[in-house]
Write a protein that binds this ligand. Sequence first.
Ligand code: DQA
Length: 154
Amino acid sequence: MISILVLHGPNLNLLGSREPSIYGAVTLSEIDARLAGLGEKQGVQVDSLQSNHEGALVDAIQSAVERHHGILINAAAYTHTSVAIRDAIAATKLPAVEVHLSNIHRREEFRHHSYLAPIVIGQICGFGANSYYLGFHALVTYLKEKQAERAVAL
Ligand code: DQA
C-alpha cells in the first residue's frame, strides 16, 4: 500500500484564525481529515504531522524513509529559510511535492524563493486548502505511475 507523509510547518496549526484573508477559513484538522478521506478512497495511507520546530520536521523527514513512499510538504516560513529541510528531503531521495495555500510568487519578495523547489517533483500554490488536495493527487499519481513502471520492468 502506498504511504505518504504530510508535513505542515510553523504557524499552520493556527489555520482558520490566522490571517484568513490570505490563508482562508479552513482549519488544519479539516485539511488533514480531507486528506485522510482522499487516502481512504484511493487506498493510500496518509500520516500527517505539524510542527513549529525545524529539527522536528528534519527528524520526521529522515524517519519517513522506512515508512513512506513520498512526502507532501507545506514547510510554511521554513520554505524560504531552511537549508536543513531541503537537505533532509534530498538525502531521503523520497519524491516530494511542495504546496502552499497562498501564491508565494505574488506576495512579498522574500517569499518568492523556495529552498525546496529545486529538489521536489513540483510546487502547487495559490489555491488555498485545495493546494493540498491537488498536491496529494499529483504525488499519488506520480507514485502509482512509478509503481506501474516497476511492475512492467519485472
Ligand atoms: C505558506 C506561505 C509562506 O510564505 C508562509 O510563511 C506560511 C504559509 C502558505 O501556505 O501559503 O506560513 O507556506
